[in-house]
Design a protein around this ligand. Sequence first.
Ligand SMILES: [Zn+2]
Length: 246
Amino acid sequence: MVLTAVLTYDDSVEFIFAVQEEDTVLRQLHHRRENLPEGENVNRIEAELAELSNAKQLLSVQQLEILQRQKRCEQEVGAVESRISELDGKLYGGMITSPKEATSLETEIRHLKERQDELEEKILELMEEVEPQEKEIISISGRIATRETELITARDELLVAESEIEETLNAAVKRRELAANETDSELLKRYESLRGAFGSSVVVKFDGNNCKGCPSTMPAMESDRLKNTPEGVFSDCTECGRMVVR
Ligand SMILES: [Zn+2]
């Protein structure tokens, strides 16, 4: 077994443990801040709002299309009406020279009136189609307004919750800074480099027989080696790789 380099930082022992403790607190606080129920509430309302806005937009587009069709029908009715009155004028204006011409005008007028009825019926149908859509749009708009009010409240609540955590975070950052300042910079560097691998148990204590970071009992040889390192001296545990101190 290769014994790894022994690092000696007597004075730093308690401070590096304090650094580690604050790092754990900070990680938990960050996690809490990212997963606040207030934040989830804001996300939920925002998602609902987006869904409602999409639905409203879709209905508005459909409604616009129907209104355009209605407008085209109305324009055609207008054209048909003026053509009818033009033909009526001819028919009753005493300008007709033959019965055949009168019959032909009457036929055209009849056809135009049929077309006018058809169009007017269509316009009524379109108006009936628009009506429930209009109601739905109004209802959705109302729900959007309610959600928007809820969102303002939810965002305020989130800000309050976040600032509470922020305060606790800042205090932990300060405590960590103080502890880090008291820790030997090499020891701190080594600790930082192992954080990704060991998280909240980079530095661990030797309980007299075993490294507390090791999942199982240490081999006697490694245990003996640690028993013989002076107190306050960090050593790399050859079993788990953590920084262990007696
Ligand atoms: Zn170990």
